[in-house]
Design a protein around this ligand. Structure first.
Ligand SMILES: O=C(O)c1ccccc1NCC(=O)[C@H](O)[C@H](O)COP(=O)(O)O
Length: 256
């Protein structure tokens, strides 16, 4: 692992659990729903492209949301989500591959598998349209990217700073996420995206991740260059229904 920086204890624990996980031993072959096309479709429809996340719990969340993930996913799509993200990490996020399977079957938008994939065999646990590859945790990012694409997956390569962005681009990433959550202390700061985004080439689909809570945050990330926003907590735990919480973020501020 590329461990230039300290990790929060929760993240170290997530990685330890991931290292113990075995793949199924059989390789998946996926026919993916096109993620950049879904982003473009949302734009053309006048929706802000939001990737809404089914996130039952997390190290920074109290309690576990046990609502039916398929119903949540359908509500997110009804609220205008361009794509969905589904946690499959079980120990710290309450996710599962079975949840992803059910959600993907129920909706027709692309579904991102949100997990901590460290080895090629981890890719084979379940079919998804997009997989998350976290640059900091992968010594051979290019190898994982190739392995993901060989199976048919698109890959969202997550970075936290310019050094990781350079690694992602050198590895051939064409969908990049900048995560505003600092892995050393789990604090979110939208300035992280603003610092990295100017160095992302125009032909890369750029996603702002974490800490996007309200329409003003959406506008801020869009001004900084985000093509899409990945949002979990504000949609899952906002004050309205999941559909209302999603629509609040997918509606451009100028339409209010
Ligand atoms: O969300 C956490 O508590 C967390 C803790 C440790 C590592 C990763 C974590 N989150 C992963 C994510 O990237 C978010 O689930 C995703 O970007 C949505 O973030 P948010 O809208 O802030 O819930």
């Amino acid at each position: 692992m590329n461990s230039r920086e300290e990790l929060a204890p929760a993240v170290a624990s997530i990685l330890e659990a991931a290292r113990q996980r075995q793949g199924p031993g059989e390789r998946v072959a996926v026919t993916p729903r096109d993620f950049p096309a879904a982003v473009a479709r949302a734009e053309a429809d006048g929706r802000v492209p939001v990737v809404a996340e089914v996130k039952p719990t997390s190290p920074t969340t109290d309690g576990t949301d046990d609502r039916d993930p398929v119903e949540l996913a359908e509500e997110m799509v009804a609220g205008g989500a361009a794509a969905l993200s589904v946690l499959t990490e079980p120990e710290h996020f309450g996710g599962s591959c079975e949840t992803l399977r059910r959600v993907r079957e129920a909706v027709d938008v692309p579904v991102l598998r949100k997990d901590f994939l460290l080895e090629e065999q981890h890719l084979d646990a379940v079919e998804a349209d997009v997989v998350l590859l976290i640059a900091r945790f992968l010594d051979d990012l290019e190898g994982m990217l190739t392995a993901a694409r060989e199976r048919g997956f698109q890959a969202l390569v997550e970075v936290h700073d310019r050094t990781e962005l350079r690694q992602a681009l050198d590895a051939g990433a064409d969908v990049v996420g900048v995560n505003n959550r600092d892995l050393a202390n789990l604090v979110v700061n939208l300035e992280t995206f603003e610092a990295v985004a100017p160095d992302v080439p125009d032909d890369v689909t750029l996603v702002a991740e974490s800490g996007i809570a309200m329409p003003a945050d959406v506008a801020r990330m869009r001004r900084a260059g985000a093509d899409a926003l990945l949002v979990g907590t504000a949609i899952m735990r906002g004050s309205g229904t999941v559909t209302e919480n999603t629509r609040r973020l997918t509606t451009p501020m100028t339409d209010r």
